[in-house]
Design a protein around this ligand. Structure first.
Ligand code: ZN
Length: 216
């Protein structure tokens, strides 16, 4: 999902992409651009690559909100920072007199925080539990361009969700040194992953007051 900003009441969804995965393996998808009836801020154009011209002929929210509500149906929503998406879609459903979604769902951000309390920050990863950082953590960066668009984010989310589930179930194929998941052994801060002379080096985020540096 892409939005015009961070406020679910004042801002609007401009792009939504949803995948529905059923237990039997069926996959359905829904995607649309939405005309927010306002110009995009330069930082949103920069972040999403979407422009006013891309959205001017897109359907209005009132036209697609019922389809979006129907697509979600009784499914369990999964998202990275689910409460953000829920606030936006529920604000849209309220404006269009549609039934709001409840609090239920799976938040991959919360799952990541629980499994990797102090996940190291990879080069280009952004922040500890960002989806982009999990992409590097699970070595998915080869397959997923880091474009910030709704569709790529969702396809990456599906892979990240699978890896989180596998890791939680002890089926993960990758193993990680403890400080990479639990933080600096001395001060407990998140570590940065640096590449030095062809090796991965973990450097404490709490530098210079903590000088811990580990070759992994
Ligand atoms: Zn430290």
């Amino acid at each position: 999902m892409e939005t015009t900003g961070l406020d679910p009441e004042r801002d609007r969804i401009i792009e939504i992409f949803m995948l529905a995965l059923s237990k039997s393996g069926e996959v359905a998808q829904y995607e649309t651009l939405i005309n927010p009836e306002r110009p995009l801020l330069p930082e949103i154009v920069e972040l999403t690559g979407l422009t006013d011209a891309d959205l001017k002929d897109a359907p209005l929210e009132a036209a697609v909100a019922p389809e979006i509500r129907e697509f979600i149906g009784l499914g369990t929503p999964v998202a990275h920072n689910l409460s953000f998406d829920l606030r936006f879609v529920n604000a849209m459903f309220r404006r269009n007199n549609l039934l709001e979604l409840g609090e239920g769902g799976l938040d991959t951000l919360a799952i990541s925080r629980a499994l990797f309390p102090k996940l190291a920050i990879y080069p280009g990863g952004g922040g500890s539990h960002r989806l982009s950082n999990l992409m590097y953590h699970f070595r998915l960066d080869g397959a997923y361009a880091n474009a910030h668009r709704a569709r790529e984010d969702v396809l990456l989310l599906v892979e990240v969700f699978r890896h989180l589930q596998d890791y939680a179930a002890g089926r993960g194929s990758l193993s990680y040194p403890e400080p990479l998941i639990y933080g600096c052994p001395t001060c407990g801060s998140v570590m940065y992953v640096n590449r030095e002379d062809g090796r991965d080096v973990l450097v404490c985020k709490n530098q210079p007051s903590c000088q811990v540096k580990l070759v992994v």
